[in-house]
Design a protein around this ligand. Structure first.
Ligand code: ISL
Length: 563
């Protein structure tokens, strides 16, 4: 038996710096703002901080478009501020991981500026350049080298007039894709990663790392949606070469280093079969992945902006399948939220009458699975979706591009806006609500995106002194993972898989059983569950009502028991 890796009992906290805390009054969060708030994280008890990008960037996608990997954007501070933050994080016994965005750079990165300068520039091949499709003139509709649709709407190719060629961008046109087939590109990325590790960071969250390998033939994709564009995913999603690249990265960057690192690969579209390969420790690729199955269960026929109600049985089947798949080999990451997802309490919970109960019930269910939980800033306070009313409130390039394309295609603007208001990424990006003051304690200036008006009652200050708060519930869940080995390492067994409203499971390690049960709806529910001797450990209400082999749960009531 090997000692389990340290991250099996760790909890990660994601910071989206722009929206966390602003120290200088310009309305945008920054590194010094984070440093000033570290006691919040220490109090919560998290082990690792994941920083969304703070590198130099034109901010077309809020920093996921990087123009210098080895500098800090002035909006966030300086390298000296970063070093101080890192030292303060380490001083509290926590680790810090960086966001690694290397599927693409900014179009303003010097690599791309050189690459676009001429067809025979030595860096031309660092990106994907292609002439117009045969029989088409440059710029003509349909002249794009493939028919692929961008993650952010529209074609994945943009014409660069001076050379008459198109460049590939799976995301925005300001995010050209690097050509990972070119070994010079890979070596440049590895050198940059070593530079950050030498500076003291503890690992990386790897942005869309399963799409870095493209089929060099660049075939067209099948046209499935209504946009007229094709699905390129089969030609860039989780191709075999990704495994080679990640193994090479591991050798070149991590091998032989002291210290405890964490790597997590963000992988849209990844299957559990593939995740097993990516996270098999013997293969030395990544420690864990972010999968997307469970956050697509409420997407309707029109995609993410056309949501449908979640069927809890689908959620249980999905998360349960991943628990089973990564039981003997590999490891799960567990998340409801990040900077790309609508707030879970608004999406799967109830942000009205049962706000506190549903936020704590959802937290309970997620955190006690086997895997490493990720808490996204504000989730520990039960922050809700933004109550945006119009287009002018929106900031996100994905939502704005979607609006433009969908309305141009003839969809009614109100329908498009409704989808964006329910599912758009800006819901996760409103400022963290520190207190009840006018800008929620986030800034003394004008915030770059409006604060949620509910900060008058929903804020950190109000929750610190309230033992029943969402904050303290998260704190206790994290503590449970630290103190009970069964939470980190126990086997997982789903119970009541067919119950439409109750989520229940059991974990087991060396004769200790942990039982988790939650009612994830707003009406009373009961079920056959016979746990007469189990001792209560944690609840978001009072005591569990159990009688004659049956339990009864009020709206959003959740319990954890040990035996
Ligand atoms: O947000 C999404 C759902 O519509 C995804 O398509 C998302 O763009 C995808 O998960 C990749 O996300 C990551 O890479 C993007 C960046 O915009 C996201 O913020 C980041 O998390 C491009 O770098």
């Amino acid at each position: 038996e090997q000692t389990p890796p340290w991250w099996t009992s760790a909890v990660v906290y994601q910071i989206y710096p722009r929206s966390f805390a602003d120290s200088d009054g310009d309305g945008i969060g920054d590194l010094n703002g984070i440093t000033a708030k570290l006691d919040h994280l220490a109090r919560l008890g998290v082990d690792v901080v994941w920083l969304s990008p703070v590198y130099a960037s034109p901010q077309a996608d809020n920093g996921y478009d990087i123009s210098d990997y080895q500098d800090i954007d002035p909006v966030f501070g300086t390298l000296a501020d970063f070093d101080r933050l890192l030292a303060e994080v380490h001083g509290r016994g926590m680790k810090l991981i960086m966001d690694l965005v290397v599927n693409h750079t900014s179009d303003e990165h010097p690599w791309f500026v050189e690459s676009r300068s001429s067809k025979d520039n030595p860096k031309r091949d660092w990106y994907w350049w292609r002439p117009p499709r045969e029989g088409f003139a440059a710029g003509e509709p349909g002249a794009e080298p493939t028919n692929w649709e961008s993650f952010f709407s529209g074609p994945t190719w943009t014409l660069d007039e001076p050379t008459g060629e198109y460049y590939l961008h799976l995301f925005d046109r300001k995010q050209p894709d690097l050509n990972w087939e070119n070994p010079e590109v890979r070596q440049a990325v590895y050198a940059m990663m070593r530079w950050w590790l030498d500076r003291g960071v503890d690992g990386f969250r790897m942005d869309v790392i399963n799409v870095i390998s493209k089929d060099p033939e660049l075939p067209d994709g099948a046209i499935t949606g209504t946009s007229g564009l094709g699905n390129g995913y089969p030609h860039y999603g989780t191709r075999p070469r990704v495994h080679d690249f990640l193994q090479e990265m591991h050798r070149e960057v991590f091998e032989g280093r002291d210290g405890e690192h964490l790597t997590v690969g963000e992988m849209p579209g990844v299957t559990w079969e593939q995740a097993r390969l990516f996270t098999d420790p013997a293969r030395r690729e990544v420690d864990m992945v972010f999968q997307f199955e469970h956050v697509a269960l409420d997407h309707g026929p029109g995609g993410k902006f056309d949501p449908k109600p979640l069927d809890l049985r689908d959620l249980k089947a999905s998360l349960g399948r991943w628990q089973t798949a990564l039981r003997d080999v590999g490891w799960n990451s567990l998340y409801w939220n990040n900077h790309d997802q609508a707030r879970v309490v608004s999406r799967f919970g109830d942000d009205g009458r049962y706000w506190r109960e549903s936020a704590t019930a959802l937290a309970t269910v997620l955190h006690l699975h086997r895997g490493t939980p990720y808490v996204y800033q504000g989730e520990e306070l039960g922050m809700t979706n933004a109550k945006f009313t119009g287009l002018e409130d929106l900031r996100d390039v994905e939502s704005l591009n979607h609006y433009r394309h969908a309305v141009a295609a003839g969809m009614p603007p109100e329908t498009v806006l409704d989808g964006i208001h329910r599912m758009g990424r800006d819901n996760a990006r409103t400022p963290v609500q520190w207190d009840a003051s006018p800008q929620a304690g986030f800034t003394t200036g004008t915030p770059w995106i409006a604060v949620n008006p509910n900060h008058t009652w929903l804020n950190a200050r109000a929750q610190y002194d309230d033992p029943t708060s969402v904050f303290h519930h998260y704190r206790r869940l994290i503590e449970l993972r630290h103190t009970q080995p069964v939470v980190a390492l126990g086997d997982f067994h789903m119970l009541l898989a067919d119950h439409p409203h109750i989520y229940a499971y059991q974990r087991e390690l060396d004769g200790t059983r942990l039982l988790v049960v939650a009612n994830l709806c707003g009406s009373e529910q009961s079920a056959e569950l016979d746990w007469p001797d189990a001792e209560p450990v944690l609840s978001n209400t009072g005591e569990l009502r159990r009688e004659n082999g049956k339990i009864t749960l009020g709206p959003w009531e959740a319990h954890v028991l040990l035996e």
